[in-house]
Design a protein around this ligand. Structure first.
Ligand code: NAD
Length: 263
């Protein structure tokens, strides 16, 4: 998709961090936007920041883990704009526990948001995007923790490896359709993920549970600003590239993994 002006993008997790950065970069590229977040007020805030009329950008309160919410999001997007060209399954959470010590509710929550959230987006939007018969693109946000072992949490890595695997294979499956797939694998990006994850804890968990900063996720010195990441995503959509690594040193490791798989 070389030309993005006027194209319609749906972004989940658009109320904060990388999702907000994507919204700003896409708006600057002349795209029309549906900005979804479980925190509806934060989605509205992103929308207000863009200073665009409803013909260009609308907010939506959506829990990506709930299929009915995502179906409603699709109805809103198609109702408002009549098409969806770019889908960014970006919403995600980071857990505060590791395998072996984790409450089952925390496992279920992380899997529901980080894996089912992406599946719900794909299963809901892809058939409609295919039916449009126009070029499209899906960007799934994974992590470096979806490519290499990380210090964040085994729960988090489980979900992000799933998103990488899904994205790699979906791209192959969609090869003939004109719909590209990219997977965003950031390292540390300056966002509020540890706080927002603490706020969006599953029912019954301690609301004050803090996500420990084991890796600097979201805050490390040298962390990238979301705008930088968003610019990389725009380039990857235009060039139809699969991997979006914010740390270029990772590329050879992934190439080696593919080589071993294909042998
Ligand atoms: P963030 O917390 O700033 O933004 C995430 C947004 O997702 C928040 O606004 C939150 O309210 C929303 N959200 C949470 N659960 C949701 C749900 N069930 N439905 C809809 N929205 C929901 O965090 P971020 O760092 O911008 O994270 C965006 C993505 O980037 C995540 O998938 C995360 O795993 C990934 N990531 C972040 C980093 C980093 O260092 N920040 C690194 C690698 C990957």
């Amino acid at each position: 998709m070389r030309e993005l002006t006027g194209k319609v993008a749906v972004i989940t997790g658009a109320g904060s961090g990388i999702g907000r950065g994507l919204a700003q970069a896409f708006a600057a590229a002349g795209m029309r936007l549906v900005l979804a977040d479980i925190d509806g007020a934060s989605a509205e805030e992103t929308c207000a920041l863009l200073q665009l009329p409803p013909s260009r950008a609308i907010p939506a309160q959506v829990d990506v883990a709930q299929l009915t919410d995502v179906e409603r999001l699709a109805d809103v997007a198609y109702g408002q704009f009549g098409a969806v060209d770019v889908l960014c399954n970006n919403a995600g959470v980071v857990p505060w526990q590791r395998a072996g010590d984790a409450d089952r509710l925390v496992w279920e929550w992380v899997v529901a948001v980080n894996i089912w959230g992406v599946i719900n987006g794909i299963e809901t939007f892809l058939p409609r995007m295919r039916a449009q018969g126009t070029p499209g693109h899906i960007v799934n946000t994974a992590s470096i923790a979806g490519v290499l072992p990380s210090r964040v949490s085994s729960l988090y890595s489980t979900t992000k490896f799933a998103v990488v695997g899904l994205s790699e294979t979906l791209r192959e499956e969609l090869k003939e359709t004109g719909i590209g797939v990219s997977v965003l694998c950031p390292g540390a990006v300056r966002t509020r993920i540890r706080e927002t994850s603490g706020q969006n804890h599953p029912a019954g968990m301690d609301a004050a549970a803090a996500v420990p900063n084991r890796t600097g996720l979201g805050a490390a010195a040298g962390a990238l600003e979301p705008e930088k990441v968003a610019a990389m995503v725009l380039d990857a959509i235009r060039d139809n590239r699969l991997y979006i690594f914010t740390e270029p040193a990772l590329r050879p490791l992934v190439d080696e993994r593919w080589r071993l798989m294909m042998e």
